[in-house]
Every structure is written in structure tokens, then in C-alpha cells.
Design a protein around this ligand. Structure first.
Ligand code: HEC
Ligand code: HEC
Ligand code: HEC
Ligand code: HEC
Ligand code: HEC
Ligand code: HEC
Ligand code: HEC
Ligand code: HEC
Ligand code: HEC
Ligand code: HEC
Ligand code: HEC
Length: 498
């Protein structure tokens, strides 16, 4: 009679623990001397026994019974493989994490400490793979990635989870659309294909163990859905995930590429928006480098990378006089003026013929460069608007301090601000006409609001003068009245008989 399936693992654990407690502990340094399960199965040339000779567990002195239960000291199949001795036989796939978890699960024991075994099983079951396994027997469990009966140390280059093999191991499922359909038909199955085009993938294929594999970015056992905030590839955690390697100068030594991307990014407009203000619209490393095809965006492809979010700037740039020469010289478009990892808020001072303004790198004021006078004119236009805005702001403030109502004019100033915002986009046309078109409506509003502010101040002074005159007249009248009353009083006193 066999135990019901659900309690089998429990029975097995109890049986195995009892066995460990009663029998003398094995040496665990060499293959077990008296493993009758192995001996008989090897004689029968079963594939499991033949494979087991190379297994890390065999090397450590574990017997077939340590996983399958039963009594390894008995040379009869009827007694050794008896359920009364804790024999479990074959496993249901969904029970495998429990089988392995007896040693690679939570809890402390002298045995686990001796071999530095950690709670791998619990990590697996807490993630998306565990969730899939609970839903469907075909879901990932230990054997899907490590194999069985020929389990190797993970540091062994022949292990299916070593850097040289792990990407194919993950791809056995993740590149298999038929398989994935049973779980999540909407999940893309192109990760390996894209990965192989990346710098990571190409170096990995050449046998370099250092570039990122699937596991470096997704973790090994506690794999999370990518939209789970705990996932190492959740937007706000990606920069730190990439930085594990890319900010480690020692790890990256020998590749001759900078290791300052994270340091710069963290202080950039993008980094501050994402990491400090949790603005998920701001780019993380993968927004510009893609998830699996990580490569530096080449020259003009930068335009489409940045253009994913800054669409108008990109469209104007592509129609600008810069597009053709930048492409010809393989210049990284937007990056030439804004940088890549350290993008900051631009200011009008970028438009200048004085270094370090980017224009000054290429344009000269030698009378032959047609752009130079245009650049100066563009700057003058920008200054007239931003300068005008500053002046109008301070006039409004003065009027308000004097208690005048300037709310209408203040409302109109919003249009000036809008024109400024638009002009800083329009500048990417690098055409004077288009910039002027964006700026002129702002200048017109400025003129009107300036007049309004001036009138308000003028009104104030006018009213103040009026008040002074009125006060003077009233005072004079009061004084005259008082004099008159005294005169009348004196007259009456004089008329009274003594
Ligand atoms: C004397 C030989 C012998 C010994 C000892 C022996 N086995 Fe077997 N075992 C067999 C044979 C033969 C089969 C295949 C036929 C069968 O299922 O009865 C088998 C089958 C199995 C199976 C597959 C069961 C299935 O349902 O298909 C497992 C698992 C197994 N043995 C594990 C063990 C373990 C664990 C031990 C030690 C506790 C052990 N065996 C000891 C001979 C042996
Ligand atoms: C580290 C744990 C572990 C050890 C040690 C181990 N096995 Fe297994 N064995 C498993 C697991 C897990 C499965 C189920 C694999 C699956 O379903 O993909 C299995 C399956 C089997 C099967 C069934 C194969 C089938 O096709 O269904 C046999 C037979 C077997 N083992 C025999 C042995 C023998 C004999 C030994 C010792 C030489 C041994 N096992 C040692 C974990 C182990
Ligand atoms: C999705 C694939 C996958 C699954 C499923 C998986 N592992 Fe692993 N495992 C790996 C990878 C990859 C590594 C190596 C990680 C590295 O390079 O750091 C690893 C490492 C290990 C290690 C050694 C390092 C450590 O953390 O202790 C053990 C032990 C281990 N796995 C056991 C298991 C057990 C037990 C299960 C089932 C409960 C399991 N694994 C399920 C992929 C997997
Ligand atoms: C009876 C306890 C026990 C069970 C059950 C067990 N293991 Fe292990 N496992 C060990 C021990 C002990 C080691 C360490 C061997 C060493 O360090 O030499 C080990 C090592 C490993 C390693 C290599 C870890 C490394 O550091 O490279 C992997 C992978 C592994 N086990 C996977 C599994 C899987 C998968 C299962 C289930 C099919 C399983 N183990 C079941 C005890 C167990
Ligand atoms: C350099 C880091 C990195 C590497 C290497 C990597 N991934 Fe990803 N992976 C990501 C990022 C980032 C995302 C997307 C996160 C998001 O959409 O928010 C992702 C998304 C995924 C997804 C979700 C579906 C999708 O495609 O968007 C799966 C599944 C996945 N990766 C599997 C893999 C596999 C399998 C490998 C190895 C062949 C791998 N990844 C290698 C970073 C990486
Ligand atoms: C045995 C098949 C199998 C293997 C091997 C496997 N996976 Fe998965 N993986 C799945 C299934 C099934 C899901 C769940 C899909 C779902 O429900 O959305 C999944 C989900 C994921 C997700 C979450 C995708 C999301 O929804 O955001 C990531 C990331 C992932 N796997 C990465 C890996 C990595 C990395 C490896 C290799 C270390 C790997 N997988 C190996 C089957 C597998
Ligand atoms: C496990 C370490 C590791 C992780 C994690 C990692 N990388 Fe890499 N990456 C490397 C190594 C090593 C190279 C190879 C450098 C070379 O050959 O130039 C590389 C190369 C690159 C390159 C190409 C550089 C060049 O011009 O040669 C880019 C871009 C890149 N990684 C981006 C990323 C991004 C984005 C992430 C995070 C989503 C990431 N990497 C995560 C190790 C890593
Ligand atoms: C806003 C887009 C953007 C973001 C965000 C971004 N990068 Fe880059 N990255 C680029 C561009 C563009 C280049 C290529 C520069 C060039 O060609 O001049 C580059 C180049 C690289 C390189 C090649 C070496 C180098 O420095 O030139 C690596 C490695 C790299 N990035 C990693 C990262 C990492 C890690 C992050 C996240 C911390 C990140 N990048 C965030 C756009 C970005
Ligand atoms: C995923 C979308 C996204 C991508 C890709 C992206 N950006 Fe941004 N960018 C933003 C967001 C959102 C902000 C606003 C951040 C804030 O609130 O400060 C921003 C801000 C900026 C700013 C500052 C604007 C200001 O007024 O302060 C500049 C300049 C900039 N990005 C340039 C670039 C360049 C150059 C690239 C390509 C190398 C790029 N961006 C790629 C989303 C993106
Ligand atoms: C030749 C230099 C140059 C190039 C190339 C360039 N920009 Fe700009 N960018 C500027 C200047 C100048 C400003 C306006 C500065 C100011 O007046 O405040 C600006 C402003 C911006 C702003 C802030 C204004 C706004 O739109 O919110 C963003 C964002 C921006 N650029 C993105 C890009 C993107 C994306 C590209 C590539 C398609 C690009 N830039 C190419 C010079 C350049
Ligand atoms: C990487 C070099 C480079 C940088 C930086 C650069 N330019 Fe240019 N610019 C050029 C080239 C090349 C041309 C095309 C010259 C030609 O067609 O004769 C050009 C053309 C122009 C033109 C068109 C001139 C005409 O004939 O109508 C304007 C306007 C212009 N640039 C403005 C700017 C401004 C403003 C900046 C700084 C924000 C800037 N450029 C930065 C290289 C650059």
C-alpha cells in the first residue's frame, strides 16, 4: 500500500530524518562505501546509476536513498525499496522542490552548516517560477535547470547553470512559444535571440564568463515578474543591477570602457526623476540600451532612442541642417550637446559662441561660418524673451505689493512661459525662422503685460495723489469750521449780560 501522494514528501522527510539520527553519520567526503541501491542499479546498468557517478551528491557521499528514501544498506530490492523503510519511488514533478528542499530548504542543522546549504527551495517557491509550478506540473523546478543524477557543482563549467550554459538552459522554456503558451501566451519568447545580438551575448558566446547572463539581471532562484517592484529589473532597481558590474572598476578592468555611467546617471535629470521622484516616465539604463540587446546606441540611432520620449525634439533635429553632417561624421546626435548618462537641464547659455557651449566646438566666428551670426541672433531672441519675462515678473510683484489687482496680466504671463518652453524645443530646427515663430507670440504677450503692469503702478500713484489732495481739502474745511465755531462762541459770550 502506498501513502497518499500529498503526505508522501512529509513521510519521506520524517523517514530520512529518522535514518540520519539513528545511523552513524556518513563521512560525506567520498562516495558512500555501502550504497546497495547504487550497487544493484549499476549492475543493472540503469541510466540513473551510470550518470550518478559524476553527481555532486555521489561525490559527497549521499546515496540514492537520500533522495528516494528506503534503506541503502540492504541488498534486496524488496526490503531496501520498501515503503515501510521510507521508500518513495518516483516523484511527482511538483514535489521535487520538497525533495531537494529537505537539504536545500529553510531550517538549520549541523549537516546544512557543514555544507553551507541555503534555503534555495523557499526562494524558488516564493518567485514566479514557483507560482508557475503550483499552477502546472510542467512549470520550472530544480531538475529543469540542474538536471538530475548528474548534478554538478555550479562552478563546474559543464554545469547547465554555469555562465557558459545558463542562457541556453533558460531558453529551453523561454524560447519555446508552444511551451510558454500554456502559462502566459503574451510573454515574449525572443530574449535569447536578442541577447545573442548584444555585447553581453556576443562575449558570452566567445566563452567570457564576466558579461551579464540571464541570471545576473533576473537572479537565479527568486525570479520575479519584471513588473514586480522586488524584481532586480523593476525600473527603479535596474540602475543598481547594471551597476553591480558596470560601476565596479576592478571587475571591469581589462575591457577599457568607463565605469562612471551609474555615478553620472544618478546625478542626471533622468536619474533624479526616476530614483528620487519615482517618475516611471524617466529612463533607466534599459530604456536607452534595451532589455536584452544591450549595446551602446550607435550614432544616429540615438535620435530614435531619445525620440521615444522627446518626440518633437527628435523630429525637428532630423529635419535640421545638423542631421546630414552629424550622420556623415557618425556623431551621436543629441549626445553631442546633452551628454548621455549625465543629461542636465539645458539653459540658454548652451546657445553661445563662447566655450564650453557646444556650438563653439564646431562653429567659428571667422566671417566664413554662416551659422555664427545666426547663433548670436538666436541667443538674442531667447534672451529677449527670458529677460522680458524676468522684467515683467518683477513689475507684477511691485504692483501686487502696492495692493493692485494684476491677476489678468499674471494669467497672460503663462503664455510667455509657454512660448519659452516651445522655443527650447523649436531650437532643434536650428533655423532662425522657426525659432522666431515660437518666440514672437511670447514677445507680443510680454508687451501687453508690461503695459498692464505699468498702468497699474501709474494708477496707484494717481490715486495716491488724489487722496493727498482730498485729505488737504477736508483738513482745511475742518480747520475753517473750527475757526468759525470759535468765532460764534466768542460772539455769544460777548452778547451775554454780566
Ligand atoms: C537488488 C537490486 C536493487 C536494489 C538493492 C535496489 N533497487 Fe531500485 N530497482 C531495482 C529494479 C530491478 C528496478 C526496476 C523494476 C521495478 O520497478 O521493480 C528498480 C526500480 C527503482 C526505481 C524506479 C521505481 C519506479 O516506480 O519505476 C527507483 C526510484 C529505485 N529503484 C530506487 C532504489 C533505491 C532508492 C534503492 C535503495 C534504497 C534501490 N532502488 C535499491 C533494483 C534494485
Ligand atoms: C539528489 C536527489 C536524487 C538522488 C541522489 C537520486 N535521485 Fe533518482 N530521481 C530524483 C528526482 C528528482 C527524480 C525525478 C526526475 C524527474 O521526474 O524529472 C528521480 C527519478 C529517478 C528514477 C525514475 C526515472 C524515470 O524515468 O521516471 C529512477 C529509476 C531513479 N531516480 C533512480 C535513482 C537511483 C538508482 C539513484 C542512485 C544511483 C538515484 N535515483 C539518486 C532525485 C534523485
Ligand atoms: C530557473 C533555473 C533554476 C531553478 C529552477 C533552480 N536553480 Fe539552482 N541555480 C540556478 C543557477 C543559474 C544557479 C547558479 C547561480 C550563480 O551563478 O550564482 C543555481 C545555483 C544553485 C545552487 C548553488 C548555489 C546556492 O545558492 O546555494 C544550489 C545548491 C541550487 N542551485 C539548488 C537548487 C535547488 C535545490 C532547486 C530547486 C528547489 C533549484 N536550484 C532550482 C538555476 C536554477
Ligand atoms: C540529503 C541532502 C540533499 C538533498 C536531498 C539534495 N541535496 Fe543537493 N547537495 C547536498 C549537499 C550536501 C551538497 C554539497 C556537496 C558539496 O559541497 O560537495 C549538495 C550540492 C548541490 C549542488 C551543487 C551546489 C554548489 O555549491 O555548486 C546542487 C546544484 C544541488 N545540490 C542540487 C540539488 C537538487 C536539484 C536536489 C534535488 C533533486 C538536491 N540537491 C537534493 C545535499 C542534498
Ligand atoms: C542585462 C540584463 C538582462 C539580461 C542579461 C537578461 N535580461 Fe531579461 N529582462 C531584462 C530587463 C531590463 C527586462 C524588462 C523589464 C521591464 O520590462 O520592465 C527583462 C525582461 C525579461 C522577461 C519578461 C518578458 C520580456 O521579454 O520583457 C523575461 C521572460 C526575461 N527577461 C528572460 C530573460 C532570459 C531568458 C534571459 C537570458 C537569455 C534574459 N532575460 C537576459 C534584463 C535582462
Ligand atoms: C522549465 C521552464 C523554464 C525554465 C528552464 C526557466 N523558466 Fe522562466 N518562466 C517559466 C514560466 C512557465 C514562467 C511563468 C510565465 C508566466 O506565468 O507569466 C516564467 C517566468 C519567468 C520570468 C517572469 C516574466 C514576467 O512575467 O515578468 C522571468 C524573468 C524568467 N522566467 C526568467 C528565467 C530565467 C532567468 C531562467 C534561467 C535561469 C528561466 N526563467 C528558466 C518557465 C521557465
Ligand atoms: C554580470 C556583470 C554585468 C551586468 C549585471 C551588466 N553588464 Fe553590461 N557588460 C558587462 C561586461 C563584462 C561587458 C563587456 C564590456 C566590453 O566588452 O566592452 C558589458 C558590456 C555592456 C555594454 C557594451 C559596452 C561597450 O561599448 O562595449 C553595454 C551597453 C552594457 N553592458 C549595458 C548594460 C546594462 C544596461 C546593464 C543592466 C541592464 C548591464 N550592462 C548589466 C557586464 C555586466
Ligand atoms: C538616456 C539614455 C541612456 C541611459 C539612461 C543610459 N545610457 Fe548608457 N549610453 C547611452 C548612449 C547614447 C551611449 C553611447 C554614447 C556614445 O556613443 O557616445 C551609452 C554608452 C554606454 C556604455 C558604453 C561605455 C560608455 O560609457 O560609453 C555603457 C557600458 C553604458 N552606456 C551603460 C549604462 C548603464 C549601466 C546605465 C544605467 C546606470 C546607462 N548606460 C544609462 C545612453 C544611455
Ligand atoms: C523613457 C523616456 C526617456 C528617454 C528614452 C529619454 N528621456 Fe530625457 N527625459 C525624460 C523625462 C521624463 C524627463 C523629465 C525629467 C524631470 O522631470 O526632470 C527628461 C528630461 C530630459 C532633459 C531635461 C529637460 C529639462 O527641461 O530639464 C533633457 C535635456 C533630456 N531629457 C535629454 C534626453 C536625451 C539626450 C536622451 C537620449 C540620450 C533622452 N533624454 C532620453 C524621458 C526620457
Ligand atoms: C546642437 C546641439 C543640440 C542637439 C544636437 C540637440 N539639442 Fe536639445 N537642446 C539644445 C539647446 C540649445 C536647448 C535649449 C537650451 C535653452 O535655451 O534652455 C536644448 C533643449 C533640449 C531639451 C529641453 C527642452 C525641452 O524640449 O523640454 C530637451 C528635452 C532636449 N533638448 C532634447 C534633445 C534631444 C532628444 C535631441 C536629439 C534628438 C537633442 N536635444 C539634440 C541643443 C541641442
Ligand atoms: C559637432 C559639430 C556641431 C555642433 C556642436 C554644432 N553645430 Fe551647427 N552645424 C554643424 C555643421 C557641420 C553644420 C552644417 C554647415 C553647413 O551646411 O555649411 C551646422 C549648421 C548649423 C546651422 C545652419 C547654418 C546655415 O547655413 O543656415 C545653424 C543655425 C547651426 N548649425 C547652429 C548651431 C547651434 C545653435 C549650435 C549649438 C547649440 C550648433 N550649431 C552646434 C556642426 C555643429
Amino acid at each position: 500500500m502506498s501513502a497518499p501522494r500529498t503526505i508522501r514528501p512529509l513521510l519521506f522527510v520524517l523517514a530520512a530524518l529518522a535514518a540520519m539520527a539513528t545511523s552513524a553519520p556518513p563521512a560525506f567526503a567520498a562516495p558512500a562505501a555501502n550504497d546497495q541501491c547504487y550497487a544493484c542499479h549499476k549492475d543493472g546498468e540503469t541510466p540513473q546509476a551510470l550518470a550518478y557517478a559524476k553527481d555532486v551528491h555521489y561525490q559527497a557521499g549521499l546515496t540514492c536513498a537520500d533522495c528516494h528514501g528506503g534503506d541503502a544498506s540492504l541488498d534486496q530490492k524488496e526490503t531496501g525499496m520498501a515503503t515501510s523503510r521510507g521508500y518513495l519511488g518516483k516523484f511527482k514533478k511538483s514535489d521535487i522542490p520538497v525533495v531537494c528542499g529537505k537539504c536545500h530548504g529553510a531550517g538549520d542543522s549541523e549537516f546544512k552548516r557543514r555544507f553551507h546549504l541555503s534555503a534555495v527551495s523557499d526562494s524558488l517557491m516564493a518567485g514566479v517560477h514557483g507560482e508557475a509550478l503550483r499552477a502546472n506540473e510542467k512549470g520550472p523546478q530544480c531538475v529543469s535547470c540542474h538536471g538530475v543524477h548528474n548534478i554538478l557543482k555550479v562552478s563546474d563549467p559543464a554545469s547547465p547553470v554555469s555562465p557558459g550554459h545558463v542562457v541556453k538552459t533558460c531558453a529551453t522554456c523561454h524560447s519555446n512559444a508552444t511551451y510558454m503558451r500554456d502559462f502566459n501566451p503574451r510573454l515574449p519568447v525572443d530574449q535569447l535571440e536578442k541577447y545573442l545580438t548584444s555585447v553581453h551575448g556576443q562575449k558570452n558566446a566567445q566563452g567570457d564568463p564576466k558579461p551579464a547572463t540571464c541570471v545576473s539581471c533576473h537572479s537565479n532562484h527568486m525570479v520575479m515578474r519584471v513588473k514586480d517592484p522586488r524584481s532586480p529589473v523593476y525600473a527603479m532597481r535596474i540602475p543598481a543591477t547594471c551597476a553591480k558590474c558596470h560601476a565596479d572598476a576592478k571587475y571591469m578592468a581589462g575591457y577599457h570602457i568607463p565605469t562612471d555611467q551609474y555615478a553620472q546617471y544618478r546625478k542626471s535629470r533622468h536619474g533624479i526623476a526616476l530614483l528620487e521622484h519615482s517618475d516611471l516616465n524617466a529612463p533607466a539604463c534599459n530604456s536607452c540600451h534595451s532589455n536584452h540587446g544591450a549595446a551602446p546606441p550607435g550614432a544616429m540611432s540615438v535620435v530614435s532612442v531619445c525620440g521615444n520620449c522627446h518626440q518633437s525634439n527628435a523630429e525637428l533635429f532630423l529635419k535640421s541642417p545638423h542631421a546630414a553632417p552629424f550622420e556623415k561624421q557618425k556623431l551621436a546626435a543629441c549626445v553631442v550637446c546633452h551628454g548621455n548618462h549625465g543629461v542636465q537641464s539645458p539653459t540658454d547659455s548652451l546657445v553661445s559662441m563662447v566655450a564650453p557651449a557646444p556650438c563653439a566646438k564646431c562653429h567659428k566666428q571667422d566671417g566664413t561660418d554662416r551659422a555664427a551670426p545666426i547663433i548670436l541672433h538666436m541667443r538674442a531672441l531667447l534672451d529677449s524673451l527670458s529677460g522680458g519675462q524676468a522684467r515683467a515678473d518683477s513689475m507684477m510683484q511691485r504692483a501686487e505689493q502696492k495692493g493692485m489687482d494684476v491677476s489678468d496680466a499674471k494669467y497672460d504671463l503663462k503664455d510667455v512661459h509657454q512660448a519659452l518652453v516651445q522655443s527650447r524645443v523649436a531650437i532643434h530646427s536650428f533655423k532662425l525662422g522657426e525659432l522666431a515663430d515660437a518666440i514672437h507670440p511670447g514677445i507680443a504677450v510680454l508687451a501687453a503685460t508690461e503695459t498692464a503692469a505699468k498702468e497699474a503702478v501709474h494708477d496707484y500713484y494717481f490715486r495716491r495723489q488724489g487722496l493727498a489732495v482730498a485729505t488737504l481739502i477736508v483738513t482745511i474745511v475742518i480747520v475753517l469750521l473750527w475757526l468759525k465755531i470759535r468765532e460764534i462762541e466768542r460772539d455769544q459770550k460777548a452778547k451775554k449780560p454780566m
